[in-house]
Design a protein around this ligand. Structure first.
Ligand code: COA
Length: 205
């Protein structure tokens, strides 16, 4: 798939390995911005990404401008993810084995609005269908108050994009993850809420 001049490729298994430094760099750069405000840490990135590539069902989707990676997106079976992500589903009575978890999508700002985000969803859904029998896709997004002091005046909401991709918000299905922010001295706990989509045309839980 080629949105504009960009090439979108999906990598799994050992083929992900050469692209992990690009994923770490893009995460640290893009997640520094509102709403994540993540003050990235290379040691944390190395541990987190080593766990990620060890998961048998994991895939990494990369957007290339020529040879240069300008965006990345990840997915993995929820059953292979951390307890912090699995526990809310178990508590809500949703079988974790049904769920393919879509992790981050990070794209340099100058490449946005030309369909890469749409291509990231399509590639991850294709991977989920190819490697699993999961009938639900899920991702989570950080919640920030409308009057957050670091919210840019022209901040665009991704919610319309997610709804048009077929996802439904579950505001009460939340996880809590801590990270050091650009505006804090230490790690702070953030609340993220999930969005779900049926992968096989079935009903939502
Ligand atoms: C999330 C993110 C990757 C989305 O990237 P994006 O490339 O701007 O998104 P897209 O261009 O695919 O989608 C935006 C709109 O442009 C449309 N679009 C523009 N050009 C298009 C093209 N050539 N082909 C298809 N769609 C196109 C899309 O259809 C979509 O509109 P729609 O929702 O009405 O369908 C990007 O905004 C980002 O990195 N954000 C910061 C990090 C973040 O918050 N990530 C999400 C949580 S992990």
């Amino acid at each position: 798939m080629e949105p504009g001049q960009l090439q979108i490729e999906t990598f799994a298994g050992d083929a992900m390995r050469p692209h992990i430094p690009a994923l770490a760099a893009l995460r640290m750069r893009v997640f520094r911005e509102f709403p994540y405000l993540y003050d990235g840490d290379e040691a944390y990135e190395a541990t987190y990404l080593a766990d990620f590539i060890a998961a048998p069902s994991a895939a990494l989707v990369v957007a290339f401008d020529g040879d240069r990676p300008v965006g990345c997106s990840t997915c993995v079976r929820l059953a292979e993810e951390d307890d912090a992500l699995r526990a809310p589903f178990a508590a809500a009575g949703i079988d974790v084995a049904r769920v393919f978890y879509f992790g981050e999508s990070v794209l340099l700002s100058e490449y946005r609005g030309r369909g890469v985000g749409v291509a990231f969803f399509a590639a991850r859904e294709a991977h989920a269908r190819a490697v699993s029998a999961c009938d639900l896709a899920a991702f989570c997004a950080v919640r920030r108050p409308a009057d957050h002091p670091l919210r840019p005046q022209n901040a665009a909401s991704l919610e319309p994009l997610w709804r048009r991709r077929g996802f439904t918000p579950y505001p009460n299905l939340v996880c809590r993850i801590s990270w050091k922010q650009v505006d804090t001295e230490a790690e702070v706990e953030n609340t993220l809420s999930f969005w779900l989509k049926p992968l096989c045309g079935g009903a939502l839980p």
